[in-house]
Design a protein around this ligand. Structure first.
Ligand code: NAG
Ligand code: NAG
Length: 633
């Protein structure tokens, strides 16, 4: 409960007398003092602390990310070692094993605060010296109900009370569900940091946190078809999501490029569709990832994109006597038949295609079991592909469907309805809400003609100023925001089907991600926030130009900015969040996430001095030079 014991005079003397002091004679002469919520660097004295301690105790939210709905904390800390944490739990049988694992993860995360953390498969004990600190952190966790699966109705709220008496700090967690309790442990881990002067951990000595998310759906999309991502890199993504209380890993597992999903009953899909036999997710790996996510409070949500965005993997139908299952597969010139190479769409004229699709759903429902949502994809159908394929055009003619755009949209919507029925029967007749991307079917005047708002949730990927968003809300569709002008993390790199920049440039900086408010967008477009229809949002990483080598830096820390928007939905812009975001980025790095660097380390040590004053929303779309110009003027 004290500030770091640093021998001030000695340090000062070294400074004055031996300006060429060798590095091992550090610590450096600097200390930090809390001034109106910011840590100010100066020469160390009785009133300064280490930077870590200052960040933990100075600001109103401590170092917690995303900011809790309500938090109060003391400005003192207690030192302890991660080897001196005790646990007491009160929970029902269904969730106690989950809670045990969550506490183990919590302890791992504490170990990782040590700068020498070396990881490895065996539990890392660290160089902690038990003779230095005799203090315990006593966990006391109570979970009321037995829910062990996430749904849109899951209560993720929690309360956390930290108190310190003598040589014990008690951390009491109370939550309705396991999911709330694991969020509480995440928060508690963020009220802890490493203290270099003591070589121990420190925890804020007293805190009261009462917390609840603003939105029930808080996601990250990863596309594993354009490029493959190893299981380890997906696990790392789930770890980082857990650190930010994101709760949905939307797995865009297949596309026209490759089919990396192993299916026991349809081995041909992956056999024909993977980039190589090593670039495959086995059924065991998929099940393990679903469980890995669940322990971290994350639903692994499968997307099976159709009837477009299929292709490689579907070429085996004719050979097996089922006829052509997909058309336009790898057809050229691709510009005429799809939005990017390679092309492919399902063959609506072939009833056997539905048998295969139903079988895929059967296995997916089981692999991701139990599903509470299912993503049907459903975007970017190219009518010219179908309309230039003899098998489809003669089927349209024979049935007198017509051949104009509406005729094709009609057949697409029939396909969608059949898909929904196949999925429902695969799921033992238990209907789950389906998610669909905005598409031609959701365009002006069409959405409620083709889709039932009680059955479908629409994921918006148009811009945040599209009037269509208002129309969907007024037609009572529940929506998930992924407007590409703010929440597409693949934007701002070089083009790959041409030259110059890619289609959705520029890069979306963390500030633009943070400031994107679904409720404000809805209010601007309709005059009402439509809170009950807005389930939340998701940042998307389409992987044409990303694989596991760049994954972490693309997703983080921008995914953290998204997380605070969706967990806290702050009424302010990004500015007051900056110092905590930088801290959260450092924390993710300590946990093994190779998050992007967004500033010089000097900014981390000199809070509030880096950004231009008075930058506001709206400037974010401009380049740095323009922003500088604007502020100067
Ligand atoms: C802390 O842990 C060490 C190592 O497990 C143990 O020897 C020591 O007694 C513990 N101290 C307290 C106060 O519990
Ligand atoms: C399909 O092709 C026919 C015949 O060429 C044409 O009349 C029709 O407009 C086309 N439909 C679409 C949606 O392009």
């Amino acid at each position: 409960m004290a500030s770091v014991p640093v021998a001030v005079e000695v340090v000062a003397a070294v400074l004055v007398l031996l300006p060429s002091a060798a590095p091992q004679e550090l610590p450096a002469p600097w200390g930090w003092a809390c001034d109106e919520g910011l840590c100010v660097k100066g020469v160390t004295s009785d009133t300064t602390t280490s930077l870590n301690q200052c960040k933990l105790t100075c600001g109103p939210e401590s170092a917690v990310w995303p900011r809790p709905a309500s938090i109060e904390h003391s400005s003192e800390v207690a030192f302890f070692l991660p080897t001196n944490v005790t646990r007491r739990v009160s929970c029902q049988d269904a969730v106690c094993p989950l809670l045990d694992q969550a506490i183990d993860l919590f302890l791992d995360n504490l170990q990782k605060y040590h700068p020498d953390y070396a990881g490895g498969s065996a539990p890392w004990e660290g160089p902690w010296d038990a003779s230095i600190v005799s203090h315990t952190l006593d966990l006391d966790v109570t979970i009321w109900n037995a829910d062990d699966r996430l749904s849109l109705e899951t209560d993720e709220s929690y309360q956390l009370f930290v108190t310190t008496i003598a040589d014990k700090t008690n951390a009491q967690v109370v939550a309705a569900t396991y999911f709330g309790a694991r969020h509480a442990l995440e928060t508690l881990s963020q009220l802890v940091d490493y203290e270099e002067g003591v070589d121990a951990l420190m925890v804020v000595s007293a805190a009261t946190v009462v917390d609840v998310p603003a939105f029930p759906y808080r996601g990250i999309l990863l596309d594993t078809s354009r490029n493959f991502f190893s299981v380890q890199s997906i696990e790392r993504t789930l770890d980082a999501m857990a650190a930010n209380k994101l709760n949905t890993f939307h797995w865009h597992i297949t596309d026209s490029h490759s089919f990396p999903m192993q299916l026991e009953t349809l081995p041909n899909m992956a056999y024909y569709g993977t980039y190589s036999s090593r670039k495959i997710y086995t059924t065991t790996e998929i099940r393990n990832l679903v469980e890995y996510g669940r322990i971290r409070g994350i639903r692994v949500l499968p997307e099976f994109d159709a009837p477009a965005h299929v292709g490689n993997g579907w070429q085996w139908g004719e050979e097996q006597g089922l006829g052509k299952l997909a058309v336009c597969v790898n057809r050229e010139p691709w510009q005429s038949y799809c939005v990017e190479p390679p092309c492919g769409q399902l063959n609506l004229a072939n009833p056997k295609m539905y048998d295969v699709l139903g079988q895929i759903y059967n296995e997916m429902v089981e692999l991701f079991s139990p599903i509470d949502l299912f993503h049907y994809g459903g975007d970017e159908v190219n009518l010219n592909c179908w309309n230039t394929t003899d098998e489809i055009t003669s089927w349209m003619d024979e049935n007198n469907f017509g051949r104009d755009a509406d005729a094709y949209y009609n057949q697409w919507s029939v396909f969608q309805e059949k898909s929904r029925q196949l999925l429902t029967s695969a799921n033992a007749d238990r209907e789950v809400p389906g998610i669909l991307w905005t598409s031609h079917l959701t365009e002006e005047g069409r959405a409620d003609q083709y889709l039932d708002p009680t059955k479908y949730i629409i994921q918006i990927w148009t811009t945040g100023t599209d009037y269509l968003i208002g129309e969907l809300l007024e037609k009572n569709f529940r929506v998930i925001f992924s407007n590409y002008d703010r929440w597409y993390l693949d934007c701002g790199f070089g083009a790959w089907v041409g030259e110059g920049n890619n289609w959705c440039s520029p890069y979306k900086g963390w500030q633009a991600v943070y400031d994107n408010s679904p409720l404000d967008i809805a209010t601007d477009l309709t005059g009402s926030a439509h809170e009950e229809l807005i389930l939340g949002g998701e940042a998307a990483l389409w992987s044409e130009q990303a694989d596991e080598m760049v994954l972490d830096a693309r997703l983080w820390p921008r995914g953290a900015a998204l997380a605070e928007r969706l967990w806290t939905n702050p009424s302010h812009n990004w500015e007051p969040a900056e110092t905590r975001l930088i801290r959260q980025r450092q924390r993710m790095v300590a946990r093994g996430i190779m998050a992007d660097r967004i500033q010089p380390q000097w900014c981390h040590q000199n809070e509030g001095l880096c950004y231009l004053k008075g930058i506001h929303q709206g400037c974010q779309a401009m380049g740095d030079a323009e922003v500088a110009g604007v502020t100067k003027a």
